[in-house]
Design a protein around this ligand. Structure first.
Ligand code: NAD
Length: 478
């Protein structure tokens, strides 16, 4: 019998009365690892009530004191880093090296958010009236509901909790039902710190039951969600009923533009790394290539060689592989059917193009497709797997126009040696992020935000921090 995780509410681990549980398994082997309760509305409401009653006292503490708690958690994470990395490898299928990066980055992120304690600023605005001062304060929103995906499950806890807590909010987290074990470890570590009861709460369950309950609770002031466009849209609908603020980090379909003057070896290396990282299951992964016809042959030949050299397998057994399994069978089936339809529509498979049944996990071969039409399904829809469709363009104009012609607008990249072309792309590419001559991966002091269906608002840096605040303008007549 595997462990059934307990929710963490008001500083205590609690088991819901409901007997319904969800099994959590290793995507590389199918072995059952743990179970979580599918927490029903009444206990979700208890968690929100606990967060609400703790919030005022939490906000009243100086920010520098709140920072101290974030630093305590970061220290606990570092002390337990190998165990945490193992858990992420086992339940998410991430390779060991990347899981270690995720754990280290999570601790660093909490320390970074703690640094904001002395930097949160309001404004003093000049008045039209004699003897008046206008002050703009930045204050906490109240209770944040943080709903997490499975692809960077541990880091996403910090990305929501860090800015929420440092700005004086309290939080109720709901991890993905696919990857709750790392969240359980996070809460165990948090319980070992001096964190006051009710400031951080966590409930397990699926989206239909637990996630919905959190979104419908009128005491939640901000729903901070990372996940798919479909779920983001549903969350917005629920938020609309209570006029709850939303922060939505949704899917992507990142274009990589390779111009005729690009350093092809550099482009191949960066695009390959950006496509196979986490088995291709990252919102900012390079997902479609627009290559100038003059360098297409060289690029595709080198890309195919680099992609086919990527090795996959069970990350618990082999630390030398490039990527592990996809998260579950449904995820694999989705990639299989997308590629099969692309092949039927005329795409040429240069390498890969099918699932692999090696070891019984949900593996997909590293895949390069050529001759793919820009308006085809595989160039337009998010593909969470190591699959790279390539489309040929005649120049930068055509590449930029095609890159922008997408429902998504999260990340993008361009490879060129011409600084003028790069700067022009910065002006004309309508995406939240653009990487020039480097792989796609954001920094914690940047601003990770999508346009179009990729989201509303963003995370990281000053702008991400202020998403967790509301303004309060005060007119003082003296
Ligand atoms: P998902 O939308 O299926 O689930 C995400 C979370 O939402 C889970 O915790 C789930 O239980 C919950 N949920 C599902 N239905 C819900 C509902 N009706 N109400 C409330 N909560 C509900 O996404 P996923 O498969 O876990 O993650 C993959 C997606 O996340 C991809 O599209 C990826 O691009 C995106 N993502 C985006 C970013 C970003 O920063 N923009 C980062 C990571 C992942």
């Amino acid at each position: 019998m595997t462990t059934v995780h307990k929710n963490y509410i008001n500083g205590a681990f609690v088991t819901p009365k409901s007997a319904e549980t969800i099994l959590v398994s290793n995507p590389a082997t199918g072995a059952v690892l743990s179970q979580i309760p599918n927490t029903a509305v009444s206990m979700v409401d208890d968690a929100v009530a606990a967060a609400k009653s703790a919030q005022q006292a939490w906000e009243a503490r100086p920010a520098i004191e709140r920072a101290g708690y974030l630093r305590q958690i970061a220290a606990k994470i570092r002390e337990n880093a190998p165990k945490l990395a193992n858990t992420i490898v086992e339940e998410q299928g991430k390779i060991r090296g990347l899981a270690e990066v995720e754990v280290g980055f999570t601790a660093d992120y909490l320390d970074y958010m703690a640094e904001w304690a002395r930097r949160i600023e309001g404004e003093i605005i000049t008045s039209d009236r004699p003897g008046e001062n206008i002050f703009l304060f930045r204050q906490a929103i109240g209770v944040v509901g943080g709903i997490l995906p499975w692809n960077f499950p541990f880091f996403l806890i910090a990305r929501k909790l860090g800015p929420a807590l440092i700005t004086g909010n309290t939080i109720v987290l709901k991890p993905s039902e696919e990857t709750p074990n790392n969240a359980a470890m996070f809460m165990e570590l948090l319980a070992q710190t001096d964190m006051p009861a009710g400031v951080v709460n966590l409930v397990y369950g699926d989206g239909a039951t637990t996630g919905t309950a959190l979104c419908q609770n009128p005491s939640v002031g901000l729903l901070s969600f990372t996940g798919s466009v479909e779920t983001g849209s549903r969350i917005m609908e629920m938020a609309a009923r209570n006029i709850t603020k939303v922060n939505l980090e949704l899917g992507g379909k990142a274009p990589a533009i390779v111009l005729a003057d690009a350093d092809i070896d550099l482009a191949v290396k960066a695009i390959t790394a950006s496509r196979v990282i986490n088995s291709g299951q990252v919102c900012n992964c390079a997902e479609r290539v627009y290559v100038d016809a003059r360098v297409e042959d060289e690029f595709v030949t080198k890309l195919s060689k680099a992609m086919s050299a990527c090795r996959f397998g069970d990350p618990s057994k082999d630390t030398t592989i490039d990527y592990g399994p996809l998260i579950n069978r449904a995820g694999l089936d989705k990639v299989v059917s997308l590629v099969d339809r692309a092949k039927a529509a005329g795409a040429e498979v240069i390498t890969g193009g099918k699932a692999s049944d090696e070891g019984g996990g949900n593996y997909y071969e590293p895949t390069v497709l050529r001759g793919v039409a820009h308006d085809s399904e595989i160039m337009q829809n998010e593909v969470f797997g190591p699959v790279l469709p390539v489309n040929t363009v005649s120049d930068a104009d055509e590449a930029i126009a095609r890159a922008n012609d997408s429902d998504f607008g999260l990340t993008s990249s361009i490879y060129t040696r011409d600084i003028g072309a790069a700067m022009r792309a910065c002006r004309e590419i309508k995406f939240g992020e653009t990487y020039i001559n480097r792989e796609n991966f954001e920094a914690m002091q940047g601003f990770h935000a999508g346009v179009r269906k990729s989201g509303i608002g963003g995370a990281d840096g000053k702008h991400g921090l202020y998403e967790y605040t509301q303004t309060h303008t005060v007119y003082l007549q003296s």
